[in-house]
Design a protein around this ligand. Structure first.
Ligand code: DX5
Ligand code: ZN
Length: 232
């Protein structure tokens, strides 16, 4: 995984056809997705339940690029090895998921995977600075996690502050929740480089008719690239 701050679009398969994940992953990649974002929910840390490591392992062969696994589960540590074995490239855990996020990040890195730190909308950046040498990605949630299709929360000031904190370090800033061609530029301008999008990518298409996926991905990417300028 070579580091770059170019805009990357990461479709969230939370908005895909759950009976057809393999074909859906192949379709969005063929239509221009950079990463595949995989939302794991446990009905405890968040109110919704999706799937676990077995599903991640099953879809892995259908993803050529980066499999970006977002764990919305608590506890995290007992499952890290299973998600690593399932073929995740990036494993992201929430700062709010338990008292020992530092240990969790160490455990993720120990598997040889990239470590991501996710922050709920209500969580500030206190503490992030301490962990900057342990992380490869910060996921700024712009909705409260649990469901797709929610309204975007404009946390530009937080993203800008995070971008300043990160400086030259090779740490991605990922935005998750409510990304559309309208909101993507706001986040790109603030310093984000990975844009997760569920409903805005999968709407209007299917694995059998994936052209809409391509149009949706291009609309988000073009909007972000256009407005971004040289400020990153
Ligand atoms: C929310 C998930 C997101 C979600 C994004 O808990 O982490 O990845 O799927 O969906 P949209 O793009 O529809 O807000
Ligand atoms: Zn997510």
């Amino acid at each position: 995984m070579r580091f770059s701050r170019q805009i990357k679009i990461a479709p969230s398969i939370l908005a895909a056809d759950f009976a057809n994940f393999g074909a859906e992953c192949r379709a969005v990649e063929a239509e221009g997705a950079d990463w595949i974002h995989v939302d794991v929910m446990d009905g405890h840390f968040v109110p919704n339940i999706t799937f676990g490591p077995a599903t991640c392992a099953a879809i892995r062969p259908h993803i050529r690029g980066i499999m970006d696994v977002h764990l919305m589960i608590a506890p995290v540590d007992p499952y890290i090895e299973a998600f690593a074995q399932a073929g995740a490239d990036i494993i992201t855990a929430h700062l709010e998921a338990g008292p020992h996020i530092h240990r969790t990040l160490q455990a993720i890195r120990a598997t040889g995977k990239k470590a991501g730190l996710a922050l709920n909308p209500g969580t500030g950046l206190d503490g992030v600075e301490t962990m900057l040498d342990m992380i490869d990605l910060v996921c700024v949630m712009t909705v409260n996690p649990g469901f797709g299709g929610q309204k975007f929360l404009d946390l530009s000031a937080k993203v800008r502050a995070l971008r300043n904190l990160i400086g030259d370090r090779p740490i991605h800033i990922e935005i998750d929740g409510g990304i559309t061609p309208e909101t993507a530029p706001v986040m790109a301008r603030a310093g984000a480089d990975v844009l997760v999008a569920g409903s805005a990518v999968f709407k209007g298409g299917s694995a059998a008719a994936p052209e809409a996926y391509g149009q949706n991905i291009r609309a988000i990417r073009n909007a972000a690239d256009l407005t971004r300028g040289q400020i990153v």
